[in-house]
Each structure stands twice: as structure tokens, then as C-alpha cells.
Ligand binder design. Structure first.
Ligand SMILES: [Zn+2]
Length: 284
């Protein structure tokens, strides 16, 4: 189980995330190689931090979709706003070249766009921004700046061990509320610049509060949320997807003895016999 903690420090809203278990579960499900693990893990952690803002709002679901031209192709991360997160990655094993110690996340993601969908009862709100670097943290910060006009700083990190498993993952996010002073903005920028690697801090044993302490020691905790990788697919949601297929695709399905649908977020397989498919299409 991971955790997000939200705190306030003057006009600064400060949040920390520990997401090691969530990111390791994503790696286990998708079999990602190290740079893909880091990319997906940063996206999941960034979404976990961002979604905290909408915790008790009318938002039912948030989707962040990184559509880019790098070898990874696409990363989609989603939350149902109940502390459950899931991810999809088109190519979990992108080719890469190590340049120094840092995993080349920007290289495997490439250039493209970040689409963010907020699902509410009355409809879906979509925003799109170009990717700044493909390093994920900067990209989400730019999205927040463009869509909410909020200057903020993100630090997102994933550390993998020699077997490619996730050793530590976490993040920090700080943003300024209206009325923040120039001094507060400057101090925040400086502290993020001197932060170092957030995944190494998590690996060294820092918990949520200790992570917050790296930015400020005079904050007040506002609230917290447990986060985990847990898919919310069901036979009903797969049936809905089948029913929404075009007529030609429906016809193709009816030619099959049985149809297997694999959830792209968790790998669970749902099997339908031809009779079940026929019945389903008759009802709709
Ligand atoms: Zn699923």
C-alpha cells in the first residue's frame, strides 16, 4: 500500500507520495524494462499526487495519456478516485541506451502530447498540452500550469534494483495558492533544486512526513490517502465494450467459437462463448 500526504506551509500546498508497491505491481503486471518501469511509475505517482486535489470533488475518474513518438508509444494511467490506480503501456520493453546512471525516460517516451481527461457526472473535460521533455514530472507540471494557471514543482522518482524490480518510488509536489509572495516562490524553487533524487530518499527509508521535511519543517498536515494498483475491470465493463463495437467487428466476433478479451490494465482474461456473444448482441 502506498500513501499520499497533503500539507500546508503558508501559501504553499505540499504533498508527498510513497508509491513503491503500486509501481512494482505495475511492473509485475506489464513486465516493463527499467526505463519503461520508471516512465510508468512516474506517471502513476504524478497522477496520484495530482488527483489528491480532487479528492472530495465531483470528479469520478482522471485519465492521463502520454501519446508520443518514442519507442514506448503510449502510457495511460487512470484513477477511479477511490485510491485505486491502473496503467497501460503500449510497448513495455522499449529499446534504450544507458547514458550514465539515470534511466533514459525522456528518450523512450519521446515527443508528443499529454491528454488529461476528467470524468464528471455531466461529462468529460479534456485538456491537451505538448510534452516538454518526456521525463513526465516536467510534463505534468507544465500541464498543471497551462490548465489551472498554477505554478508548481514536481519531483518524481523510481529506483529499480539489479533484477529490474522496483526498490523505491515516490514523489513530491508543491504548488502555490493565490497570494503567494515572491519569497515563497523563490524558496520553493531553491529547495526543489537541492532536493536530489526522491527515489533515493525513499530507498533510504524516508516516509511521507520525512519527505515533506526535505522541503519545509514548518508545515501542517491537512489529509492523506492510501493508494494502490488495483484494476476495476469487470465482466460487465467488458460486455459494454463488446456491445459498443461496430457492426463489422461484431460480425467477426460471431464467427469465433469463443472470444477471449484481455484487460489491458491488469491482464485478466474474460471468456465468452459464441452463444453468450450472440445473446449479448441480441439484447442490445
Ligand atoms: Zn483489469
Amino acid at each position: 500500500m502506498g500513501r499520499i500526504v497533503r500539507a500546508k506551509w503558508g501559501k504553499v500546498v505540499l504533498m508527498s507520495a510513497i508509491t513503491t508497491d503500486m509501481v512494482e505491481e505495475a511492473r509485475r503486471i506489464h513486465g516493463t524494462n527499467p526505463p519503461a518501469t520508471a516512465a510508468v511509475g512516474r506517471a502513476l505517482t504524478g497522477l496520484a499526487l495530482y488527483s489528491m486535489v480532487f479528492k472530495e470533488s465531483a470528479v469520478r475518474k482522471i485519465v492521463m495519456q502520454f501519446m508520443a513518438d518514442g519507442p514506448i508509444g503510449e502510457i495511460t494511467v487512470e484513477t477511479n478516485m477511490k485510491g485505486h490506480f491502473r496503467a497501460y503501456v503500449r510497448n513495455p520493453n522499449p529499446e534504450y541506451e544507458l547514458k550514465g546512471e539515470k534511466l533514459p525516460v525522456g528518450d523512450v517516451v519521446g515527443t508528443g502530447n499529454l491528454y488529461v481527461y476528467k470524468h464528471l457526472e455531466e461529462g468529460i473535460y479534456q485538456s491537451v498540452v505538448p510534452l516538454i521533455s518526456g521525463e513526465i514530472a516536467e510534463d505534468i507540471a507544465y500541464f498543471v500550469y497551462k490548465s489551472e494557471q498554477i505554478p508548481s514543482a514536481f519531483a518524481l522518482g523510481v529506483l529499480v534494483d539489479e533484477y529490474g524490480r522496483v526498490k523505491a518510488a515516490g514523489g513530491l509536489w508543491a504548488y502555490l495558492e493565490p497570494g503567494a509572495t515572491e519569497d515563497e516562490i523563490k524558496m520553493l524553487e531553491e529547495r526543489f533544486q537541492h532536493l536530489g533524487s526522491v527515489s533515493k530518499l525513499v530507498d533510504a527509508g524516508l516516509d511521507n512526513l520525512a519527505l515533506l521535511n526535505t522541503i519545509s519543517r514548518s508545515y501542517t498536515v491537512v489529509d492523506e490517502m492510501e493508494v494502490e494498483y488495483r484494476c476495476w475491470c469487470s465482466r460487465e465493463s467488458v460486455e459494454e465494450a463488446l456491445v459498443s463495437l461496430a457492426a463489422s467487428e461484431r460480425e467477426n466476433l460471431l464467427k469465433e467459437e469463443k472470444v477471449e478479451v484481455r484487460c489491458r490494465y491488469c491482464g485478466k482474461t474474460y471468456t465468452f462463448t459464441r452463444d453468450e456473444i450472440r445473446q449479448l448482441f441480441l439484447e442490445t
